[in-house]
Design a protein around this ligand. Structure first.
Ligand code: FMN
Length: 415
């Protein structure tokens, strides 16, 4: 906790009366604490008390008051960038909705949006028990959790309304413990922090004519999970994706493409500069040689479509990569064809290949789980159990972290 920069976001709930004590507890533990107070919060706890215990001005409005000469007009960005963690306590139903919707109408919501990827956000909702259980509040909590926020269920006990139930904000000492744990788990700096990682995902569409294409069943879920897991580790992630119905993971730069040739063109621009290239897309091996611009008429009994080979994007990167770059691929094969994956690893000179098979129930395209076998260049093979694609992505990233860390021990200075 010592030397860590912590923002405490305080909203308009009765539990706000506990927050000067929370500031004191964190200051005593050695943290630098700044407070972002909502207008609602200011109705319950005084700005003066918070400024006094934090020994810092309290942040409230994005727009500086007209009568005070302001020299820094970018607090709404720099405060979030400054923070190692954001603690929102108490979090009201109203602010949960603002955060989930991505609003940016005060300093607290601005901090939430500008916090660096990988920095923990701890949210402590506190409100009437019935309000907490309402469908809207639960939906907003689910959305925030999906974005990686740590949302702590309120405690049970006597509520300010005089009733008993779930809704209480934990005591400052308990919040301190949760914060320490969250900081500890993100503290071990990943060797991927600040590194440029390109992930390809999804299927490609290969045009037959103006209205038809050849494609495959790839959903993009595995590649998106990998991109999200890499961004959480502080990597600068570019996700080049074919047509999918997925939300972009937080902190990830997304480039949408359609065909293998478009994916190839987008990927090539990163071949020199990226540190790690992860080919998780199901790029079509072939494309129609001469796609028809307009709609083909249903006249002939038979038609022939000549297919030509598409570029092998991952192999092209891998065969020209420098000794400091890593190339990671996927091999979707029949369950018994793990040797094919090994051959691909060799022929494409990959650093790691993730073998998975295809049964459409537990592994492969479309489903939410995967069973990966990770084969490294050294021959080391790790068989993972059936995991959600998010957990499988975490495990893959752990292996990549080890490989990248050993390839580039002075990773901060390497290309
Ligand atoms: C006496 C009183 C107590 C309140 N307590 C809570 C509370 O514990 N939790 C909550 O979500 N809203 C509570 N509210 C409602 C919020 O103050 C209101 O929704 C406000 O707009 C929140 O603003 P903010 O989210 O910007 O801080 C309370 C309102 C009053 C008048």
């Amino acid at each position: 906790m010592r030397g860590k920069n912590i923002i405490i976001g305080i909203c308009g709930g009765i539990a706000a009366y506990k927050t000067p004590q929370l500031v004191r507890v964190l200051k005593k533990a050695g943290a630098n604490v700044r407070v972002a107070l909502t207008d609602g919060g200011a109705r319950f706890v005084s700005e003066l008390a918070l400024a006094t215990v934090s020994q810092e001005a309290v942040y409230r409005n994005i727009f500086p008051p007209a009568d005070t000469p302001e020299t820094d007009y970018t607090h709404h960005i720099s405060l979030g960038e400054w923070a190692d963690a954001l603690v929102i306590a108490p979090a009201t139903a109203n602010t949960l909705a603002r955060l989930a919707a991505g609003l940016c109408d005060d300093m607290l919501t601005a901090c939430f949006l500008t916090l660096r990827p990988g920095k923990p956000v701890l949210i402590f909702p506190a409100m009437d028990g019935q309000m907490f259980l309402s469908a809207s509040v639960q939906r907003n909590i689910a959305l925030l959790e999906k974005q990686g926020c740590l949302v702590f269920k309120p405690e049970s006990g006597e509520l300010a309304s005089g009733q008993s139930g779930t809704g209480r904000m934990p005591e400052p000492e308990t919040i301190h413990t949760h914060l320490e744990e969250a900081l500890h788990s993100t503290q071990q700096e990943s060797p991927l922090q600040g590194r440029s990682i390109v992930v390809t995902a999804g299927p490609t569409r290969e045009k037959i004519d103006g209205v038809r294409y050849i494609s495959n069943y790839s959903s993009g879920k595995m590649g998106f999970a990998i991109a999200g897991a890499a961004a959480k580790r502080g990597a600068l992630v570019t996700l080049i994706t074919g047509p999918v119905h997925l939300e972009t993971p937080p902190g990830v730069k997304r480039i949408d493409v359609e065909s293998a040739l478009e994916m190839h063109a987008a990927a090539r621009t990163f071949f020199q500069s990226c540190h790690i290239f992860i080919g998780a897309a199901a790029v079509a091996d072939y494309r129609p040689a001469a796609p028809y611009e307009r709609k083909m008429k249903k006249e002939a009994e038979e038609i022939e479509i000549t297919l030509v080979k598409n570029p092998d994007i991952l192999a092209e990167f891998s065969l020209q990569k420098s000794t400091k770059q890593l190339a990671i691929g996927f091999a979707l094969e029949m369950q018994s064809d793990i040797d094919n994956a090994r051959k691909k690893l060799e022929s494409k000179q990959l650093d790691l290949i993730a073998f998975n098979f295809f049964d459409r129930k537990t592994s492969g395209f479309e489903v939410d789980t995967n069973i990966l076998t990770l084969i490294e260049r050294s021959g080391k093979t790790t068989e993972l159990p059936q995991l959600t694609k998010h957990d499988a992505a975490e495990r893959l990233l752990e292996v990549i972290e080890k490989q990248y860390g050993s390839k580039s021990p002075l990773h901060k200075n390497s290309r």
